[in-house]
Design a protein around this ligand. Sequence first.
Ligand SMILES: [Zn+2]
Ligand SMILES: [Zn+2]
Length: 354
Amino acid sequence: MKAAVLEKPGRLAIKELPDPSCPPGGVVVKVLASQVCSTDLHMWQRGHPALRCPRILGHEIAGVVAKSSSEVQGFKRGDKVQVYPGISCGTCRFCCQGRENLCPSIRILGFSVDGGFGQYLALPEKAINNGCLNPVTYALSAAEAAMAEPLACCLNGLEKVALKEGETVLVLGAGPIGCLFAMVAKHHGSGKVILLEKDPGRISQAGQGLEVDLLDANKVDVVDAVMELTEGQGADVVVTCFREAALEYPLLDLAAQGGRVLMFSGISADKGVVPTDLNAVHYRELALVGAYGCTSVQCQRALGFMADGLDVSWLISQRVALHHLEESFSNLAAKKVMKICVEPWEDNNGLVWQ
Ligand SMILES: [Zn+2]
Ligand SMILES: [Zn+2]
C-alpha cells in the first residue's frame, strides 16, 4: 500500500509499504477519507509531545472494512465506518466512566500508532472491543464521516462547559475548529455566537458558511466590541480555537459574570506559562475548563448530528491524493484552505463507499 510517513518533523515521504495483515480479533480498514487537522500540520512543522516517528499521521478517518477477523462480531467486509482514533485500555476508571480520552495508557492513531494517511489501516482486537469503529448508516459521504472526529471534539468541549439554551458564545479563531464550534453551539440552542478572527482569508471563508457575528480583530477593540454585542455583559462561554488565543486575548475579561472559559486549543510549550487572574475567577464565579480530544460515543453523536442536517461539507476546501499531502500542509499553514480531505484511494477500485 501507499502511505505518507512522517520520518521526522519536516520530512514526509510517500512510501510503498506491505499491505497490513488482519490482526487476530481485529480488522483492516480501507481508508477512503482522512481529513488533515491542524495537529497534523503542527506535527509536520514541529513535532508533538505524543508523536512517535516514523509515523503515518492522520486521525480523522473514514473508510470501509476490507478484512475482518472471524471473531469480530458486527463488522463485515464492505461496511462503512468512521474510526475513533484512540485505543484505550478499557479498564481504568476513566475508560469505565466513558471518558476514554483521559485514559492514561491510550494510544492515538496518527500519534503513537499509525493513522489514516495510508491506503489501509489495521486495528487490533483491543481497538475493536473498545469501540474504535462506528458504523456509518447515514447518507453521508466518506469525507463528511471523517469530519465526525473534529466535530466530536467540539461536542466534548460543549459538554464540558454545559452550554445552556440562549447563552452567548464567543469563539476565538475562525479556522475549521472555530467554525465547527460555532455551528455545534448554534445546533445546541446557543444564543448569539460571536466569532473573532484576524486573518482576512479566514474571515471571508467563515463569512461564506456561517451566520454569526463575525468580528475582525484588526479593526476593533476586542473587549469593547464583545461588550457592545453582549449588552455590556461579556460572553457566557469563551472558547479558544487557535493555539495562541490565550496569549492574544484577555480571556477572563471577555467572559460574563458566572461565565466559562474553555481551553480548547493548547498553547505552544515554548510560550511558557500564561499568568491568570485567579481573583477574577473567584469574585466573578468564572470557570476555567479544559477539553482535549473526544470519545467514541461523541463521534457517534457527531455522525448523527450531520445526518440530522448539520452541514459541514462547506468546510472541506480540497480533496487531494496522498502525494499532495505536503503541499496541503503548506496551504493549511498559509490559511488558504479550511479542511483538506486526503483520499488515499484515488481510483476506489474494489471496495467503495456506497
Ligand atoms: Zn484533529
Ligand atoms: Zn483506560
